[in-house]
Design a protein around this ligand. Structure first.
Ligand code: NAD
Length: 408
């Protein structure tokens, strides 16, 4: 399905799997910091990998430690991540703690000479995110961010097709992530609400933007091969008002320098439309999450359908309340095509961890992966700031990093 050269042009981080590699270590010895919900999922892949050894685990919550030990019984247990970082048996760490804790943990991990996989978003502020990125560059340690769509076969194929020019020019990008729940998790007797429901607290998380938007905004920059230059939007707490500091609905418009817009919308009290990143081009539309694409021009409908359509047009056209916008434009339905022959086995998470393992073993950072994650976080944070301040914000030059030069 994916051709080597084109794949590397579109997804240069796959160079980590290249044949000519120099293996420095036989195994990646990993320490997991924060084996909570996401951390356990990451561990479930890592423990199956023949080149991975989970040698240490750190958490401050006993149930998380217990769950981690079930998967990695030989792991050394820490309750202070700094002690884990002193452990010479640890080559690399996976940081899967709440957002506000990422900065110190990742910076200290680089200082302790560890490679880092940090869950998205990278950090709580744009400054912290930049400092982490700069430290990764200075230390030359491997740095991955949990943006698994970069390894998802559906997305890779979709972006490959977009970059090939198959659909013409990108006219707009509509991303949305709708859910119908309050994000609240039950709090066990031995824990505080903030510890468990940190996502709902403004000093731990930036809610929808850092939890959801970062995944989808990254698709826009990947497809466009550039970052948007400004953002505006509105966020509000409308439905789930109880004991919550973060918005439950947001709507942002990111504008690229050629005028193309990328929307991000999310409501947490209606899930009908679910999630998607719709890439709208002048010759077609791509919906990677559904694994589908659609050409603008489709073959004409059989004559009898055309006839029904004409009759419908006449009926709707004669109804005074309906208006022409209600009339279907053609009799034929555009069912589109599937991006892949079969459903992918994973959403990219396992392949992303495989790539991280290879990078740790070879001590080689694959191209562009950190940059994609970096901008995903920065765009989420800038969007959050624009909505907080209720004004249009230009992406500051001081947060721009070398991105385009590698990509083009
Ligand atoms: N890539 C994805 O699709 C995806 C999906 C879900 C979550 N995430 C990210 O993963 C991270 C964790 O989310 P989660 O849902 O697993 O949260 P969680 O609350 O379930 O897990 C966090 C864990 O960190 C532990 N922790 C808290 N403070 C700590 C400390 N000082 N030292 C060590 N451990 C500590 C907690 O006890 C808990 O076990 C977040 O950044 C989130 O955005 C990513």
């Amino acid at each position: 399905m994916l051709s080597g050269g084109v794949l590397l042009a579109t997804s240069p981080w796959f160079s980590v799997f290249s044949e000519q590699k120099h293996t420095v270590h036989s195994k990646a010895r990993i320490g997991v910091i924060g084996p909570g919900s996401r951390g356990q999922l990451l561990m479930s892949f890592l423990v199956q990998h023949p080149k991975v050894e989970i040698v240490a685990v750190c958490d401050v919550f006993q149930p998380s430690i217990d769950a981690a030990l079930k998967m990695a019984p030989k792991a050394k247990i820490y309750t202070d991540y700094k002690k884990l970082l002193e452990d010479k048996n640890v080559d690399a760490v996976v940081v899967a703690t709440p957002l506000h804790l990422h900065y110190d943990m990742v910076m200290d991990a680089f200082d302790a000479d560890k490679h880092v996989f940090c869950e998205k978003s990278i950090a709580y502020t744009m400054d912290e995110t930049l400092k982490i990125f700069q430290k990764h560059k200075r230390t030359e340690k491997v740095f991955f961010i949990g943006q698994q769509r970069l390894f998802d076969p559906r997305y890779i194929h979709a972006i490959e097709m977009v970059h090939s020019g198959e659909f013409g020019e990108i006219s707009g990008i509509r991303t949305f992530w709708h859910r119908n729940n309050d994000w609240r998790r039950p709090v066990p007797p031995n824990a505080t609400d903030k510890q468990i429901n940190w996502r709902l607290y403004g000093d731990c998380s930036k809610g929808i933007m850092t939890e959801l938007a970062c995944h989808q905004l990254q698709i826009g920059t990947w497809a466009m091969r550039q970052i948007p230059e400004k953002v505006m939007g509105h966020g509000a707490l409308t439905f789930w008002k109880e004991k919550r500091e973060v918005w439950d609905n947001v709507s942002c418009i990111y504008v690229f320098d050629n005028g193309v817009k990328m929307n991000f919308d999310s409501v947490l009290s209606n899930k009908f439309y679910g999630l998607e990143e719709q890439i709208l081009c002048n010759k077609g539309t791509i919906e990677p999450e559904k694994s589908k694409y659609y050409y603008e021009e489709i073959p004409p409908a059989p004559a009898f359908l055309q006839l029904i359509n004409d009759v419908e047009n006449a009926v709707f056209g004669s109804l005074p309340f309906a208006g022409t916008s209600w009339v279907p434009e053609m009799a034929n339905i555009n069912n589109g095509h599937y991006l892949l022959d079969k459903k992918p086995e994973s959403d990219g998470t396992s392949l992303m961890l495989e790539a991280f393992t290879e990078a740790v073993i070879t001590e080689k950072q694959p191209a562009m992966i950190a940059e994609e994650g970096y901008y995903a976080t920065q765009l989420s944070l800038l969007g959050h700031q624009a909505m907080t301040e209720e004004r249009t914000l230009i992406f500051p030059d001081s947060y721009k990093i070398d991105y385009l030069n590698h990509k083009k």
